[in-house]
Write a protein that binds this ligand. Structure first.
Ligand code: CA
Length: 228
């Protein structure tokens, strides 16, 4: 499997290349959109990692052109601009998934594997559901029993993480690594995680017939539908 990284930050591009090569992928790097076009015309890639903020033509522009030329290669957008507009804009232009910088390498690898498994055309779910709890990751709407719930950015991220893994236990290590992007877990961070978790649970569970999020003592948390 061959992956193209289009990223102007040379250190980041090199670090990604090494991580991916370690996983057995063949990797090429382009530092500008133009170089990216050149390489795409030269050879076949199974997946493209595309940075948005590039010198000259930005990632969205590159992506539009590739899709206009009917290139079907799955594209994962790397963006530091975590705004609704950017997400919508990226998905509209034919990106298959996006990842917000800074991201954890294990999360990137998981996304890449998932994209390669399903191929192009099936985008990552935009609406996530668990019984009467619903989240739209593009519009950022969260509803419980049809009632809108206002979450902070971190609470939103936390809930999205739990929803994407519903029915499975999420540990504090996983939250520290994937939601807080911290690889070494410490007691103060555990406290921060717990504070956010408590606030999130208050917002989405208080006043409803049954809780969506449960504590698994000594292990972590699980989001699940009732009677499962
Ligand atoms: Ca950049």
């Amino acid at each position: 499997m061959r992956i193209l990284i289009v990223e102007d930050e040379t250190k980041l591009a090199q670090a990604l290349k090494e991580s991916l090569e370690y996983e057995g992928f063949d990797v090429d790097i382009a530092h500008t959109g133009e170089d990216g076009f050149f390489l795409v015309n030269e050879r076949h890639f199974d997946l493209i990692l595309l940075d948005v903020m590039l010198p000259g033509r930005d990632g969205f522009d590159v992506l539009s052109t590739l899709r206009k030329r009917d290139l079907q290669t799955p594209v994962l957008i790397l963006t530091a601009k975590d705004t609704v507009e950017d997400r919508v804009s990226g998905l509209d232009r034919g990106a298959d998934d996006y990842l917000v910088k800074p991201f954890a390498v294990p999360e990137l690898l998981a996304r890449i594997r998932a994209m390669l498994r399903r191929g192009r055309g099936e985008q990552r779910a935009v609406v996530l559901k668990a019984a009467d709890l619903e989240m739209n990751v593009v519009t950022r709407d969260v509803l419980r029993g049809g009632q809108a719930i206002d979450l902070t950015a971190k609470e939103f991220e936390l809930l999205e993480y739990l929803l994407r893994r519903q029915g499975t236990v999420v540990t504090r290590e996983m939250l520290a690594r994937d939601v807080w992007n911290v690889s070494v877990r410490a007691v103060p961070l555990d406290n921060v995680i717990d504070v956010h978790m408590t606030r999130l649970r208050k917002k989405i569970d208080q006043g409803f017939a049954y809780p969506a999020i449960h504590t698994i003592r000594g292990v972590g948390f699980i989001l699940r539908e009732p009677n499962r």
